[in-house]
Design a binder for this molecule. Structure first.
Ligand SMILES: [Fe+2]
Ligand SMILES: [Fe+2]
Length: 223
């Protein structure tokens, strides 16, 4: 079986929760390097070359808190989940993908579908079997536009995708995508994104990071 059933939220950790700054634990190992090498062009879209590595580092922390999850499925899905931004109309990414109703924007659905196409192109030649590739696609498809997770692995990918924003690198990039100053954006993270997190581990990491980032960026005064 590739996935574990989705427990009720907040999903309780069964392993340790590490809330230290994410730079302390970069993505581990080199086993995914052939996939990274295959998606270099797609990594240049929408700052994926920042978002995807940081999100993978968070995914690996979530996996330490959830040793029962299928780690390879989570890691590969996080690495590939937003590569589809590299195959959509780049001029529409910010105007439609980050405007009002961003979750329902056509360009959002397109980046999910293109991400699945890329997974089906990249993974089989690297030796991943069809069942695994389809499990990856099931997570990528709807990762932004679906309201619900379907498995523990799906939930951990969704949380890792959100957690990178709480680091100061994520605030720096994503605040500009939404046209917000860092203080307003970080307030919005606390009010709107923390409640979307599904796992106890992700909630702890998000709050610790947000406290650090707001202090670092002087958001108490620069508002
Ligand atoms: Fe996405
Ligand atoms: Fe993402």
């Amino acid at each position: 079986m590739l996935t574990q059933p989705l427990p009720p939220a907040p999903i309780r950790a069964t392993g340790p929760i590490d809330t230290a700054p994410i730079a302390a634990t970069p993505p581990a190992g080199t086993d995914l390097d052939p996939i990274w090498a295959a998606i270099v062009p797609e990594s240049r879209a929408r700052s994926n070359d920042i978002h995807l590595p940081i999100s993978l580092a968070f995914a690996e922390r979530l996996l330490a808190a959830h040793p029962e999850a299928n780690a390879e499925l989570v890691r590969v899905s996080v690495l590939l989940h937003d590569t589809g931004w590299g195959r959509v109309d780049g001029s529409r990414i910010i105007s439609e993908g980050f405007g009002e109703n961003w979750r329902a924007a056509d360009i959002r659905f397109q980046h999910e579908q293109q991400g699945c196409t890329i997974a089906r192109e990249v993974l089989p030649p690297l030796g991943y079997d069809e069942e695994f590739v389809e499990a990856v696609c099931a997570i990528i498809d709807g990762h932004d536009t679906r309201q619900v997770a379907h498995s523990l692995e799906d939930a951990l990918v969704r949380d890792a995708d959100r957690l990178w924003r709480f680091d100061h690198a994520g605030i720096a990039l994503a605040s500009s995508w939404f046209g917000l100053d860092p203080a307003t954006y970080s307030d919005r993270l606390r009010a709107e994104i923390v409640p979307e997190l599904l796992s106890e581990a992700a909630i702890a990491m998000a709050n610790a990071d947000l406290d650090r980032s707001q202090a670092l960026l002087k958001t108490g005064v620069l508002r």
